[in-house]
Design a protein around this ligand. Structure first.
Ligand SMILES: C[S@@+](CC[C@H](N)C(=O)[O-])C[C@H]1O[C@@H](n2cnc3c(N)ncnc32)[C@H](O)[C@@H]1O
Ligand SMILES: [Zn+2]
Length: 689
């Protein structure tokens, strides 16, 4: 078998698995009239016409089935011979662009199937509570709205913002991204522009809305831009979100937490009103792409076929009515008003007992639950930790305190490594990998004083919720260390941007938007389906009402270009690994801040804030979300459900780790540095003398 043939076989096997996983359809090894063609899908930018012109060369085609967004097509011939000929000629062969296909870099991988699945159509069903009003305004009115935005665009360059994904402007109240709410104390001058009066009057008169909106956001999307899936936060806005589409059509994807997905085509001049379930429970978003899949019958051509329609510039006017009291919707799981009361009570501990309780609930219980998923995101050892481990003399005894899945335990084969961790499930994973491990608390390690030659404790001490406990954890490591032995500590840094260099924790969003693989652990509710020129991403949304990530991320931790901080204290360059698993969550609520704003106006530092992943740390003590994927098979479709956990972290400020270490007697800081968004220190235990 040649290298190319081996590759084709590998791709074919992979695509077969994908097909089975996503559609519940098995391919067949017996030649048949039905072909499954990976990389020939609408999701690859391949059109029906492309497929038709390539495949009708081999014989008469009975049917072509292409599903929205999917990176594959099904081709049915009238004879088995034609299918076999097509397979022989096209399987694993890179298509010439533009002679054979308009999209570059496409290679088809083909398998036989017993039968082809029935086509699905889009836009026929709406999520419950969604009202869709086609041609609600006439073309002249559309022009008035667009003209209005144009003047605003030119006049108000200062208040007009260009978000990464789109141009946006707010009226009535500024929409605050992050917590995704509005400051009711600060209405914007001018209110809702008068150009909207006719539309709002008509919506009121026809009874579609009962209250007149007082907040407007205008978004303008160039082709290729979109908005991540999200539910508009409940507490700031009433039921009934109105969105007027202008200029160009786009497909808005609605997703239920159980995995149901309803794409809705928003035609220009149409209005949607999200009420009830569609407003409070389903996420909505627009996938960033340059074309949409629509049923060909709604444009031209045959019934039931789907094709790509290019997007133009789309402008949307989204109207909302701000809310004064708490939301009392029927979806408490998704409701920040109703969830608030329980989350409000997560406070920074004031006593040893409270600290232990907090860590129990927000560190230990979480690691126990997420152990498998967490371990799956921790493969690559960080180079500077490896450097420390490989610098140890042969035969040395190393202890890894808080060893997680044991990724450092086998690095240096010439030393003896033992690991311990509070998480039983993680220790079990280590054991299965053949490591010497035991369960224990880092605050009380059951090893004799001075028994090990070297220690590491990587990303553990930041889980202790008081300074005393953090110091104690360091002290405990030093206790078990032999005099003259060295210990390496890593703690997550508050500074994720140092000397204008962002850690990858912050860079993650950008990388993902560019479709690059990430260095760090990201939420994997997307899977790359079949390799091709332009990587295809299959999304499966979870129930997280705050939205799911935008593009594929891989769980490689490391592609770093770390540089050192000297003991004198300069920082380093970093392309970092981080401690979170979440992708962009633009609609995450900062609980602590929000409670404070609505209640007293003063922020109580005691309330632990839920950190918005991939953003700067605003305070040292926080809860970092972890979205646990729970794969389930439903209706032959694998949906990635996710359960939300919050891990407590104390992120360290520059110098804080050193200060803490200096409090410990008989310790010398050999080196301290910044690496991958962490503050790090190598300590040496001084001899007793
Ligand atoms: C971020 S993980 C780091 C794991 C590993 N050191 C690594 O670098 O991949 C933090 C680990 O610390 C462990 N941990 C947290 N608090 C602990 C404690 N009090 N005692 C022992 N282990 C603890 C957790 O169970 C988890 O495995
Ligand atoms: Zn609600």
């Amino acid at each position: 078998m040649t290298k190319a043939e081996r590759k084709a076989l590998r791709k074919q096997v992979k695509s077969k698995h994908t097909l089975l996983k996503h559609e519940g359809i098995e391919t067949s090894s017996t030649p048949s009239k039905h072909l499954f063609v990976a990389n020939a899908g609408l999701g690859n930018g391949v059109s029906r016409d492309d497929v038709d012109s390539i495949f009708n060369w081999f014989g008469e085609i009975a049917d072509i089935v292409m599903l929205p967004e999917k990176p594959y097509a099904f081709v049915e011939y009238t004879s088995v011979d034609a299918a076999v000929a097509a397979c022989q000629a096209m399987h694993g062969r890179k298509l010439k662009c533009p002679e054979e296909i308009s999209t570059p870099g496409i290679t088809f991988y083909i398998s036989f199937m017993e039968k082809v699945p029935p086509p699905i159509s889009i836009g026929s069903a709406l999520p419950p509570g969604l009202i869709y009003l086609e041609e609600f305004i006439i073309e002249e009115e559309e022009q008035d709205f667009l003209e209005f935005f144009k003047t605003q665009d030119a006049d108000c360059a200062d208040t007009q913002k260009t978000l990464k994904h789109r141009k946006v402007k707010h009226y009535g109240f500024e929409f605050i991204y992050g917590p995704n709410n509005v400051d009711l104390e600060k209405p914007l001058e001018g209110g809702i522009p008068t150009v909207c009066d006719g539309l709002l009057d008509k919506l009121m008169a026809k009874g579609y809305i009962q209250q007149r909106p007082d907040q407007l956001t205008i978004n303008q999307y160039e082709p290729g831009q979109g908005i991540p899936p999200h539910v508009d936060t409940h507490s700031p806005f009433e039921d009934g979100l109105i969105s007027l589409s202008l200029g160009s059509q786009a497909v808005m994807d609605f997703r239920h937490p159980d995995g149901r997905h309803l794409p809705v085509v928003l035609q220009p001049r149409s209005v949607i009103i999200m009420t009830g379930e569609s407003r409070y429970l389903w996420t909505h978003g627009i996938t960033p792409r340059k074309a949409d899949v629509v049923s060909a019958s709604s444009t031209e051509g045959s019934q039931d076929s789907l094709t790509l329609v290019s997007r133009g510039v789309r402008t949307s006017f989204t109207f909302r009515k701000t809310r004064s009291g708490p939301c009392q919707c029927k979806f408490p799981e998704q409701c920040d008003s109703q969830k608030k009361s329980s989350q409000e009570n997560i406070l920074l501990p004031k006593s040893e007992q409270e600290a232990a309780q907090l860590e129990n609930k927000h560190v230990h219980e979480v690691y126990e639950e997420i152990a498998g998923h967490f371990s799956g995101t921790r493969h690559t050892p960080w180079p500077r930790v490896v450097e420390f481990l490989t610098s140890l003399p042969d035969g040395a005894l190393l202890a890894d305190i808080g060893c997680g899945n044991g990724k450092y335990l086998g690095i240096n084969k010439n030393i003896f490594s033992i690991g311990c961790d509070r998480s039983f499930n993680l220790v079990k994973i280590c054991e299965e990998r053949g490591h010497e491990v035991f369960v224990c608390d880092a605050l009380s390690v059951p090893l004799r004083d001075g028994v090990v030659d070297a220690c590491i404790s990587i990303a553990v001490v930041h889980h202790m919720s008081t300074q005393e406990r953090r110091q104690h954890a360091i002290q405990e490591v030093l206790r078990v260390l032999h005099p003259g032995g060295k210990a390496l500590f890593y703690v997550w840094a508050l500074e994720q941007e140092l000397h204008k260099v962002k850690s990858n924790y912050l860079k993650e969003i950008k990388m993902k938007q560019r479709g690059q693989q990430s260095d760090s652990e990201v939420e994997n509710n997307e899977t790359v389906v079949v390799e091709n020129g332009s990587q295809v991403v299959q999304k499966v949304s979870g129930p997280d009402t705050q939205g799911v990530g935008t593009l594929a991320g891989c769980c490689q931790e490391n592609r770093s270009q770390t540089s050192t901080k000297t003991a004198a204290g300069q920082e380093s360059r970093d392309s970092s690994v981080n401690e979170s698993n979440s992708s962009e969550k633009p609609h995450q609520v900062k609980v602590g801040e929000m409670n404070c704003r609505t209640e007293s106006g003063a922020i109580s530092q005691k309330i632990l804030v839920v950190h918005v992943n991939r953003t700067k740390f605003e305070q040292p003590d926080l809860l970092v979300p972890w979205h646990l994927k729970e794969k389930e098979k439903r209706d032959q479709t694998t949906v990635g459900d996710s359960k939300l956990f919050h891990r407590y972290y104390h992120v360290f400020e520059e110098g804080e780790l050193e200060v803490l270490c200096q409090k410990i007697p008989k310790v010398r800081i050999v080196e301290s540095y910044y690496d991958k968004g962490n503050w790090c220190a190598i300590l040496m235990k001084e001899n007793d003398a």
